[in-house]
Design a protein around this ligand. Structure first.
Ligand code: MN
Length: 741
């Protein structure tokens, strides 16, 4: 900071005064300057400057906020009563009650515990003040947060009826922070910390971003010089690259908006060092990740344009999940309004976008002080100001953290957002939903599980039907069952119980899951039953599922259960050559295949064939096929007299024995209510399948027949099929493979 021993000329301050000031207003400021200059004439700042420069600087900061003239006058006089021989009586005589009240307010604020002045007097008074350190630092540590909160509350209380006192105090603190380098180091840290603890929260609460960010950066520089320097250097290093990128992005955005008839001013958004630091801490990310984000701000003429621009940006680039905030519909506590979003820009890197109207922008930069920037007669501005003052009052009464919930909710009522309704949870969190949304939509929005278990709802304390449309400002409480799921009715569009796609898809997922669970159980038990019948044990389901191209056995069971996969396909899997020896834990029949299952009808593969009864051909005989009327092909020995004598030579088919297949003897147990012809039905069935019966034992007890057969089958598929066919015979209760021996 360059020091000067000369006073800042009054003319410079006069130039900075708002244009709307009248001649009388300007005279008031000049008058205050003269009184202050005279009162402080012998005092110097630590920098060696005349003390009046501090007063003028404070007044300049206030002029930037375009506060009324009496505030600037009080700003010039703010240290007179505290530090000079000038008294409140003198002030009252010269300037009247209003300005006196302001000066008195600032003086009283200075005496709050731990709200140090941070003033830079070079005189003995200042030295004396240095001795008034806080009682003992260690004793304060544990209660620090408490003290900060209490000081904040008292600060607001002291601000009393007039928020303008706080503007003066903030301007005072800002200038002291700008010139902090002249202070000894231990004082710097304390004042800087206090600035972060008390003054920047106050600036934030008043919505004065301009003052808040500068206080924070100046304070952070002193509280944590190492981190400050690191971030500042990285910022400087990357600035050229960042700025050229931003230029291109801005041009593209302007083009895009113009093509869609949206008028917008676009600016790159300055990033402040302390906010980068806090973001790095909060998100636990290194500098690159935080800084890598390019940020632009769009200022558009009106609220519909805000949303139009947002929609355009979201359709041009992919929005980043959870980065969208609608502070227009749900303003922050300090009445800040804006749309915030972040998208993946076409270079695949994030771009932060803020969208707001001119009015919102003024509010964002100047907060409660924006009131004075509007032309006279803006009823809305007056109303906003009143509202903010009221909100500050209630805050003062209840402490800094209690909000007036009713007022907040009321401020949310607005016709602008017909497409959305803003609903409150019992805890007061706002949730936005498409208009027409129901309590069930709300429940699913809060939590999927709350949606599933939703059984009723209270809106603003009253029980309502679940198809009731929600309105902005409703406070909704969901009544849930301990367990259970959604009703199928919820998916019926005619009942209008669910409006949002989000809830709908969650309900569908639930039902799909239930269905899957049911199918899984059915598939698994069905397969287990079949395997048991076939006497197959210790089946590796993992391998089986894998062989059938399922990721997990569960998937396989689900498809079995819903019929997409047949049992026979699974059973066939066991008939694969490499499976068979394991499956039949016995040796193949010692006498290989004398059965006739290996006939191949040349040219008509798979055609129904049967052995002719006249000549009973056996494997190895020279054979010929005869096409019957309706019974397929019968196989005769070539020397069968019937063949030799037939005139219908065109019906003869050349056939030959296929390759000889191995068969396996399998013991089978059949239980049935005994009836006539049961055994012959079974043996006919087996001979139809060309299965040889190696052994039969029949035992009938109290009209229950117990048959034990040993049949020679070539694979599990055949066994499965034959057992099923036997079970389908009249009176048969069950047919299954029995353990060998
Ligand atoms: Mn001061």
């Amino acid at each position: 900071m360059k020091s000067t021993n000369t006073a800042i000329p009054l003319e410079k301050l006069l130039e900075q005064l708002p244009d709307i000031y009248s001649v009388a207003d300007r005279e008031l400021v000049q008058h205050a300057y003269r009184v202050a200059e005279e009162a402080h004439r012998e005092q110097k700042r630590l920098s060696g400057e005349p003390y009046i420069n501090h007063c003028v600087s404070v007044a300049s900061i206030l002029a930037e906020l375009k506060v009324p003239p009496e505030v600037i006058a009080a700003g010039l006089l703010h240290d007179t009563v505290e530090d000079t021989s000038v008294t409140l009586t003198d002030i009252r005589r010269d300037f009247g009650d209003a300005i006196t009240a302001l000066v008195d307010g600032v003086t009283k604020l200075t005496h709050l515990p731990h709200v140090s002045r941070g003033d830079q007097h070079a005189d003995s008074d200042a030295v004396k003040q240095e001795d008034e350190e806080p009682p003992s630092a260690p004793a304060l540590l544990g209660r620090k947060d408490e003290i900060v909160a209490e000081t904040l509350r008292k600060t607001f209380l002291a601000m009393g009826k007039d928020v303008r006192v706080m503007f003066i105090k903030l301007a005072d603190r800002l200038h002291n922070m700008r010139t902090l380098s002249h202070m000894p180091e231990h004082k710097r840290k304390r004042i800087a910390q206090e600035t972060l603890d008390i003054f920047s929260p106050v600036a934030n609460r008043l919505g004065i971003w301009q003052i808040k960010w500068e206080l924070e950066d100046l304070a952070f520089r002193n509280v944590n010089p190492v981190e400050y320097k690191k971030i500042a250097e990285l910022l400087t290093e990357k600035r050229p690259d960042r700025e050229s990128q931003l230029e291109v992005i801005k041009e593209n955005l302007i083009k895009l908006l113009e093509q869609n008839n949206i008028k917008a001013e676009i600016s790159g958004r300055p990033k402040h060092i302390y906010s980068i630091f806090k973001k790095m801490q909060k998100k636990d990310k290194p500098f690159d990740m935080v800084w890598d984000v390019r940020a632009v701000r769009l200022i558009v003429p009106d609220v519909p344009s805000c949303y139009a621009a947002l929609g355009l940006i979201h359709t041009s680039w992919r929005p980043i999940k959870d980065e969208f905030d609608d502070y227009i519909a749900a303003p922050k506590d300090n009445y800040y309004q804006s749309l915030h979003t972040a998208v993946i820009y076409k270079d695949k890197r994030p771009l932060e976008v803020q969208i707001r109207t001119h009015e919102m922008h003024l509010n964002a930069e100047f907060g409660i002080a924006a009131h004075w920037r509007y032309k006279e007669g803006s009823k809305q501005a007056d109303k906003n100001y009143e509202q903010q003052i009221n909100s500050l009052r209630s805050m003062m009464e209840w402490g800094p953290d209690v909000r007036d919930a009713t007022e907040f909710v009321e401020s949310m009522h607005t016709d602008v957002f017909q497409d959305h309704v803003y609903i409150f949870t019992p805890r007061g969190d706002a949730i936005d939903l498409p208009s027409g949304a129901t309590p069930i939509d709300f429940a699913y929005h809060v939590h999927t599980d709350i949606g599933h278990r939703c059984r009723g709802a209270r809106i603003n304390g009253k029980l309502v039907p679940l198809d009731q449309a929600l309105n902005t400002g409703d406070q909704v409480e969901i009544l849930t069952a301990k367990r259970g799921g959604p009703s199928l009715d919820w998916l019926n569009p005619n009942l209008g119980l669910v409006k949002t796609q989000r809830a709908r898809s969650k309900i569908k997922v639930w039902f799909k899951k239930q269905e899957d669970e049911q199918n899984l159980a059915q598939g698994r038990s069905g397969l287990e039953k079949e395997l048991q019948r076939l006497g197959l044990k210790d089946i590796n389901f993992e391998k089986l599922a894998h062989d059938l191209n399922y990721k997990t056995p569960d998937e396989m069971f689900i498809e079995l259960g819903n019929g997409d996969l047949s049992f026979s396909k699974i059973i066939r899997q066991f008939s694969q050559p490499e499976e068979s020896p394991d499956i039949f834990e016995v040796n193949p029949s010692s006498t290989p295949a004398t059965s006739t299952n290996s006939i191949e009808v040349v040219g008509l593969k798979g055609m129904l064939s049967a052995m002719a009864r006249c000549c009973n051909p056996t494997a190895g005989d020279q054979v010929v096929g005869f096409i019957t009327r309706g019974r397929g092909v019968t196989i005769h020995r070539q020397d069968c007299p019937n063949i030799l004598q037939t005139k219908e030579r065109e019906r003869l088919l050349q056939v030959g024995w296929g390759h000889v297949e191995r068969t396996y003897p399998v013991p089978v147990k059949i239980k049935a209510y005994d009836r006539q012809g049961l055994v012959s039905d079974i043996s006919n069935l087996l001979s139809d399948e060309n299965i040889n019966i190696a052994d039969v034992k029949v035992n009938v007890n109290r009209s229950i027949a117990d048959l034990r057969l040993i049949i020679e089958v070539k694979d599990i598929t055949q066994l499965s099929r034959i057992l099923t066919r036997i079970e389908n015979l009249p009176n048969v209760m069950e047919a299954h493979r029995s353990s060998p021996g």
